[in-house]
Design a protein around this ligand. Structure first.
Ligand code: TRP
Length: 375
């Protein structure tokens, strides 16, 4: 599972190399979203989100089962989360926006877990205080995405432990050290908090069933790097008498600098929701386009939208109209669209989007308690 012969590696804590998603589907044992399941989904949602149309939301586990239950009026709830290692960036907002779309389309409840415990245990330099500070910063972004306060509950692991801990140990009792080694690549030198942690992330996948005292189906939208946690949880939950959660996977947003996933540890590879217009402009101006060495060559040979990070930014978020996106890609391929103009257009859109987002983020400041789950 940790093979690097494939030239890439995907675990919840490390993503390396250029991911081959077809191979990843086989490695992880997940199902591609084929036309049959999409047609079925569309019966309920009427349209398909642009991330689905572009195969960015690309795989699932047990979505057919979830829809069977839904059609039998056994409604599901949504569960997703955030590890507060720093400020929120665009790569985080996109799956949250998709989650909101699901919430609106199916009119369902969402549990949102903030794993401050996880980030404290996995990031050598992060103090518990800073993990908490970033948790509340990140919560502003979650609220700014527009989730329905009546149907959305957010909690921090360290603050909600009276409820979470007894459930986490029920899970932990069914997981061996050797399983966590095989699934996550831990070793004898890993700290014991890390080894335990997956049982905490499993809890919200059945917590609604605990609350309601009956089994409630759960759908987890996530970045595919988080799937290993739920591979383990799906083995354990039936032993506790709960359903296996269904999962819908998204690809990881590529970074602006042209290597791999966006990452908070390389601040130039992504745009944070707290960045100023000047910083946004600078980051986009320095983005990797993979265009030819000179303007003349670019006009003659054209570029490759699949490796151009500006094109990928449009695809993942900034151009949601498929025809217009194709126009941009064609401009890149034909060599008509030169890097300078290409970047200026994107910077303009990005600055506008983040200005709006920051206003919503400000307004979220006095709404936090409406969303928090406390015990
Ligand atoms: N571990 C995730 C992260 O580091 C946060 C998280 C917790 C999560 N529960 C989740 C993500 C459920 C997706 C689905 O970002």
């Amino acid at each position: 599972m940790f093979m690097t012969e494939e030239g890439f590696k995907v675990t919840p804590w490390e993503v390396k190399g250029r991911i081959d998603y077809d191979k990843l589907i086989k490695q992880f044992g997940i199902e591609p979203l084929n036309n049959k399941i999409l047609t079925r989904l569309k019966k309920h949602t009427k349209d398909l989100h642009y991330l689905i149309r572009r195969n960015i939301i690309f795989a699932h586990r047990d979505l057919d089962w979830l829809l069977n239950e839904y059609e039998k009026r056994n409604k599901f709830y949504l569960y997703t989360g955030r590890g507060p290692s720093g400020h929120t960036h665009l790569g985080h907002l996109i799956p949250w926006m998709f989650t909101k779309w699901l919430q609106d389309k199916f009119d369902v409840k969402l549990l949102f877990q903030i794993t401050d415990d996880e980030k404290f245990m996995f990031k050598e330099k992060l103090s518990l205080e800073d993990a908490k500070k970033f948790s509340y910063e990140n919560i502003l972004d979650v609220i700014a995405v527009g989730f329905d306060p009546k149907k959305t509950k957010i909690f921090l692991d360290t603050e909600y432990s009276k409820t979470l801990y007894p459930q986490a140990i029920r899970v932990a009792k069914h997981i061996t050290f050797s399983t966590t080694k095989a699934v996550f690549g831990f070793s004898n030198e890993s700290n014991i908090g890390q080894i335990f942690f997956t049982s905490v992330q499993a809890v919200p996948a059945f917590l609604e069933s605990v609350f309601q005292g009956r089994n409630v189906p759960c759908l987890i939208p996530l970045g595919v790097d988080q799937d290993p946690h739920f591979r383990v949880a799906r083995d354990v939950l039936p032993k506790l008498g709960y359903y296996k959660p269904a999962i819908i996977h998204s690809k990881l947003m590529p970074g602006l600098t042209g290597n791999g996933k966006m990452s908070a540890s390389d601040p130039n590879s992504t745009i944070f929701t707290t960045d100023s217009p000047e910083v946004i402009e600078r980051k986009i101006k320095n983005a990797f386009t993979g265009q030819q060495a000179t303007i003349e060559l670019q006009k003659k040979l054209g570029g490759n939208p699949d490796i151009c990070s500006v094109c990928q930014y449009y695809k993942f978020f900034f151009e949601q109209d498929d025809k217009k996106l194709e126009g941009i890609f064609e401009g890149e391929r034909s060599g008509k669209l030169l890097a300078g103009e290409h970047k200026e257009d994107l910077a303009e859109r990005a600055i506008k989007f983040f200005e709006e987002h920051q206003k919503k983020r400000e307004k979220a400041k006095d709404q936090i308690e409406k969303f928090m789950l406390r015990d």
